[in-house]
Design a protein around this ligand. Structure first.
Ligand code: PFF
Length: 452
């Protein structure tokens, strides 16, 4: 058997380490910041229902495809495809992933910077005393429109990401995720319990969990599927890259299942916090914007004895959760330049990191910092274009490539290493080759409706 432990690229220290790292990539702002916002804007419970279905069927399918391709080739997304179809134009899937990763990171790191900024805001006592929703809305508006503060924390996040990635896979990614993800989980459960016991919680819950099917339309499905890709880190090769570090003895099917489950669980919990709190503080449930999570979490934290300490802890852990995602976003282009272009790791990290920072400037200025970008709703536009459409397009081609070009039988064989009896393989293959690509094509069709 081939020993991966001797590979120069490095492998995860253990199966658990991989799971933590992949979960760390998946769990981030997508769960706590973006999920409640898209639920709020897309009809509430009906969106939640479509979302869970999208994760279970489409998300799981693509996740397993990416991990399988990555482990088989032990390469970055471009190299992985080239390994299987040398010199073929299919490599564009990898390039698309690299571009998507850089664009995604450029706005994601801005929002991660808000989370980091909120650690300091909370510590400085901004959320002490009796809070109202109007107050936290104003605090967020003042903060996110102040270029100085936004740039300091955006720069901090990019700097930390660059620092961690330059240390490499094992020392960097593994160490962080192992300790801090479980802590975030415990804190979120505590917050959810508190939110559910607020006066008015039931009404918030009903919007969140009691579906109104008259609100189901193409836009809901488009956003649900897009959010599933975003939240599970799919469609741009992150899981190809992470899969390339998994050992041959690991079970890819249970890994994909576990990561999808943990990610969805955290997102659902975040909703259990946001919606009851909104109603309890007299706010409408269906007008969430980019600031929703930042306006609402301080409110629920203020309902805790010891909310001050909890608040600092919460925003610290949110920042860390975002960082375990930013490092996975940067790792995709970096692994390409290191593997395929023979750049040193340090050079790749620095060049791409600085480029991404520059690309993020419009997003950083789009919450009131500069009229021009604010009017364009630049951050929202980037989030939609790269955090939704681009990932869906990438996922479509990954399915087609794994299912038809590489071929399902070869994929089965790779999965069999670590899981000799993959019972659901024909169902997976059907989803990979027929269902998922068709659903993606249909949702891409709906973009016209949204634009129009
Ligand atoms: N999944 C991350 C989140 O939910 O915050 C965001 C993300 C990370 C998307 C890595 C895509 C990716 F490749």
């Amino acid at each position: 058997m081939e020993s991966q432990e001797t590979s120069a690229r490095g492998v995860w220290g253990s199966k658990v380490a991989f799971i933590f790292a992949a979960t760390g990539s998946a769990i981030g702002l997508g769960n706590i910041w973006r999920f409640p916002t898209v639920v709020s804007q897309n009809g509430g419970a009906v969106f939640v229902l479509v979302y869970v279905l999208a994760v279970a069927v489409i998300g799981f399918t693509v996740m397993l495809a990416e991990l399988t391709l990555g482990r088989h080739s032990q390469r970055n997304p471009v190299g992985a495809i080239d390994y299987i179809k040398p010199g073929s134009p299919w490599k564009f899937i990898g390039y698309l992933g690299i571009i998507t990763g850089i664009c995604l990171l450029s706005f994601y790191a801005v929002v991660a910077g808000w989370a980091a900024g909120y650690v300091f805001k909370t510590a400085a006592g901004a959320f002490k005393g009796q809070l109202t929703a109007e107050m936290t809305t104003k605090i967020f508006a003042d903060f996110s429109s102040d270029p100085l503060q936004v740039f300091i924390f955006f720069g901090l996040i990019m700097g930390l990401t660059i620092f961690i990635i330059s240390k490499g896979v094992k020392k960097g990614i593994e160490k962080w995720t192992k300790i801090l993800m479980p802590a975030l989980f415990v804190l979120i459960v505590l917050l959810a319990v508190r939110a559910l016991t607020l006066p008015g919680a039931a009404k918030g819950l009903s919007f969140y969990l009691n579906p109104d099917f008259s609100k189901l339309n193409g836009t809901v499905i488009l956003f649900a599927v897009g959010q599933a890709f975003f939240s599970l880190s799919l469609g741009m090769g992150t899981m190809i890259t992470y899969g390339s570090y998994i050992s041959k003895s690991s079970n890819l099917v249970s890994s994909a299942g576990w990561v999808s489950f943990a990610d969805t669980f955290i997102a659902l919990l975040a909703g259990l916090i946001i919606f009851p709190t909104l109603v309890s503080f007299g706010q409408p449930v269906d007008v969430g914007g980019e600031g929703l999570a930042f306006q609402i979490f301080p409110l629920i934290l203020s309902q805790f004895a010891g909310g001050y300490i909890f608040g600092i802890l919460f925003f610290t852990l949110l920042t860390v959760a975002a960082l375990t995602s930013t490092i996975s976003l940067l790792e995709v282009p970096v692994s390409y330049f290191v593997d395929e272009r023979n750049w040193s790791r340090k050079k790749a990290v620095l060049v791409i990191g600085i480029f991404t920072f520059i690309l993020g400037i419009p997003s950083a200025l789009s919450m009131g910092g500069m009229q021009f970008f604010t009017k364009l709703k630049f951050l929202g536009f980037f989030a939609f274009a790269f955090g939704n459409i681009s990932l869906a397009v990438g996922a479509f081609f990954i399915c087609v490539f794994v299912g038809y070009i590489w071929g399902r039988k070869k994929a089965f064989k790779e999965i069999a290493s670590g899981n000799p009896r993959f019972r659901l393989r024909y169902i997976w293959a059907f989803s990979l080759m027929v269902l998922t690509p068709i659903v993606i094509l249909i949702i891409l069709y709906f973009i016209k409706t949204i634009a129009g």
